[in-house]
Design a protein around this ligand. Structure first.
Ligand code: PMP
Length: 407
């Protein structure tokens, strides 16, 4: 009887629970419950006893199976053990953590690098620590959840602006008191539509108003820029960026996050940043694989070229078939196919999987403008034959479901 008076804290999830059970009771496969039983290569896995082309991972440069990367991981596992069992500031800093930080400093030509256990924690930690009471964080409205959560955890005033809109950014900055501390937070590549920020213009505007700039290059690292150092390198404004955030979970092919900077007081963050201090550091095998991978990414022009060729071929093929895509031109390794609604998106996602093609289903609230997207992310190791197969599978399934323009 008492229970009637105790509010169920799970009530807030009721609509999500209903929506999910409706979907699953219709016999549809859970789009967020895919299991890869075996992974054959960066582009192929066995799912449900079926050989499946992977087109929905962030393994942009195929480094997960690089023989040197694997060898480095094995060696570190044997020499340093399975884990550190401690925080970076206590017993959790090994030679490998310093080595991977050094590789990042060399790659980006910056003085300081701080490695976190994930990219999520890097954004959470850096934003919440450097933006305090009385400061302002000005951020793109389509920012990643880790950026929003970093803002939530800081005591700063949060000022969003319209996606990729330089004028809107300037307007917001103009309204902030001149003497206040300001941090502008941007991403190089936005992962939902795969579009790129006009970073150079935005950094110029931010500097005009005395703001520091943080750029999350999670989806651009390894992929964009002459040496794969991201959109800031590509648009020639890396020197003006105060903090670059990145992750090891995409083109680096393992797990971990980082922030690099030239700020003279940067090292103090190792003591002040809670998501750095109060969590265990990455296992030695992980930092060893990351370090080897990053050093290879510095000289991976050929892979980068292949990745861009794949991205262009897929964009062209899907567009010619009549799909509506997230960008007019391919701007990154992400090509998003816009679905008319959630129902047809889930249906198409499942049909593609049955045909041996895994893509990413993205749906509100993670997507801009409530869109349902089938996100395709390419890998340098997709062969031309695989890309052709991807296009023909999409076309066949899209046609059968009357999802193509003009059909
Ligand atoms: N930033 C962006 C833009 C991301 O897309 C992601 C992950 N999808 C992260 C940060 C977090 O990275 P990690 O997976 O290393 O936590």
């Amino acid at each position: 009887m008492m229970n009637d008076h105790i509010p169920d804290l799970f009530r807030k999830f009721d609509s999500l629970v209903d929506e999910r059970s409706k979907l699953l009771s219709s016999g549809m496969q859970d789009p967020f419950g895919l299991v890869m039983d075996r992974v054959i290569s960066p582009t192929v896995a066995i799912c449900d006893e079926r050989e499946t082309i992977l087109l929905g991972t962030y393994n942009y440069m195929g480094m997960t199976f690089d023989p040197d990367v694997i060898e480095a991981g094995k060696k570190a596992l044997q020499e340093f053990g399975a884990g550190t069992t401690g925080s970076r500031v206590f017993n959790g800093t090994y030679a490998g953590h310093k080595a991977v930080e050094q590789s990042l400093c060399e790659y980006y030509g910056m003085d300081h690098a701080m490695v976190f256990s994930t990219g999520y924690q890097a954004n959470l930690g850096i934003i919440s620590t450097i933006a305090g009471k009385g400061d302002y964080v000005v951020l793109d409205i389509d920012s990643h959840a880790s950026i929003w959560d970093g803002c939530k955890m800081s005591d700063a005033e949060i000022v969003p602006f319209r996606h990729n809109d330089v004028e809107a950014l300037e307007k917001r900055l103009g309204r902030i008191p001149a003497g206040a501390g300001k941090l502008v937070v941007l991403e190089g590549v936005y992962s939902m539509l795969g579009d790129v920020a006009p970073l150079q213009e935005m950094v110029t505007v931010a500097k005009k108003y005395g703001a520091m700039v943080l750029v999350d290059e999670a989806h651009a690292m390894g992929v964009v820029g002459r040496r794969g150092r991201g959109v800031a390198e590509d648009q020639d404004c890396l020197d003006a960026v105060d903090f670059v955030i990145g992750t090891f979970s995409k083109s680096v092919g393992t797990v971990g996050g980082f922030c690099i900077s030239n700020h003279p007081k940067f090292e103090i963050l190792r003591l002040a940043c809670r998501p750095y201090v109060f969590t265990a550091s990455l296992p030695p095998s992980v930092v060893a694989t990351a370090c080897t991978s990053i050093r290879k990414l510095m000289n991976a022009d050929e892979k980068r070229l292949r990745l861009w060729e794949n991205s262009k071929a897929l964009h062209q093929g899907l567009r010619a078939a009549g799909f509506q895509l997230g960008t007019e031109e391919p701007q990154s390794a992400i090509i998003s196919v816009i679905m008319p609604d959630l129902e047809s998106g889930v249906g198409m996602w499942e049909a593609l999987l049955r045909e041996g093609l895994y893509v990413n289903l993205a749906r509100p609230p993670a997507t801009p403008a409530n869109m349902t997207l089938l996100r395709c992310s390419l890998c340098s190791e997709h062969s031309a034959g695989q890309v052709e197969k991807i296009i023909s599978t999409f076309t066949r399934v899209g046609e059968a479901r009357s999802l193509l323009a003009g059909h």
